[in-house]
Write a protein that binds this ligand. Structure first.
Ligand SMILES: [Zn+2]
Length: 259
């Protein structure tokens, strides 16, 4: 029910034809799985390629490293979109990466280290190969917990150990983290401190919004791409037409965080 209400709101907002101008220019897209399932988290190869091809033609893609530059004011280019993919489902390697490579698009893949090599996660060799192909691997924790419910020792293990494991596998520094779930209940001052102590420079949430100067680098919002969104919703989202999502949800009494 709640999901349906938000879906309707999402469509209504993206269908508007006039928008307030926004200096908020970078938008970080979140994907999960790729294939023929029809759950909200799965995007078909065909739809994904249409989205990537459209955004490439619009020259919207910028490198993942641009986030830090926008936040500290040093970025040359301060508009565009970045692709992130959570959970490292095997379909990411099989379906999404070849399409991204075809269009020369970089992306960040967030791995869950306890699941590496299991049926629902990419293998260590695939993570290493992704980095060798120019993709960025970030941490999505060891076990995908609600981080804010953990004690200090568990937090340290989820944040620091997962980073070390991924650095060992890929041979590259791991600077980015994506909060499992990424909602308000997963984030706290303690989780922030743990990520900072573990050495991350950027952490993404699942709260909806654009990346603007002044946003906390350890609580960077993203935009979730869902199954069933029409092509024009994807375009509207990339161009910032859903940046008012928070305000719209609040005005309807819905949670400002994503489902
Ligand atoms: Zn996840």
């Amino acid at each position: 029910m709640r999901w349906m209400a938000k879906k309707a709101l999402r469509l209504a907002l993206s269908a508007r034809t006039s928008f307030r101008p926004s200096q908020a220019n970078i938008r970080v897209l979140t994907y999960h799985r790729f294939g023929d399932d029809t759950d909200p988290w799965t995007i078909s190869a065909d739809v994904f390629e249409k989205q990537i091809a459209w955004a490439a033609k619009e020259d919207l893609f910028i490198s993942p490293e641009s986030v830090a530059g926008v936040l500290n004011g040093s970025a040359g280019r301060t508009s565009g979109i970045i692709v992130t993919i959570d959970d490292c489902d095997p379909s990411v390697y099989a379906v999404a990466l070849p399409i991204l490579r075809k269009y020369g698009v970089e992306a960040v893949l967030f791995a869950i280290t306890d699941r590496i090599g299991s049926d629902n996660h990419m293998t260590a060799a695939q993570l290493k190969s992704s980095v060798d192909q120019g993709f960025v691997v970030g941490s999505h924790s060891r076990s995908h917990p609600h981080m804010a419910k953990l004690d200090a020792e568990q937090l340290q293990s989820e944040a620091a150990l997962s980073r070390r494991i991924l650095q060992d596998i890929t041979g590259s520094p791991v600077e980015m983290f994506a909060y499992p779930y990424g909602n308000k209940q997963s984030i706290s001052p303690e989780t922030r401190s743990a990520l900072e102590a573990a050495g991350y420079s950027i952490a993404f949430t699942s709260q909806m919004g654009a990346v603007t100067p002044g946003v906390d680098p350890l609580a960077v919002p993203r935009l979730n791409i869902e199954h069933g969104d029409p092509v024009w919703t994807f375009g509207a989202l990339c161009h910032g037409h859903l940046d008012d999502w928070d305000a719209a949800c609040r005005s309807l009494g819905l949670s400002r965080f994503q489902y």
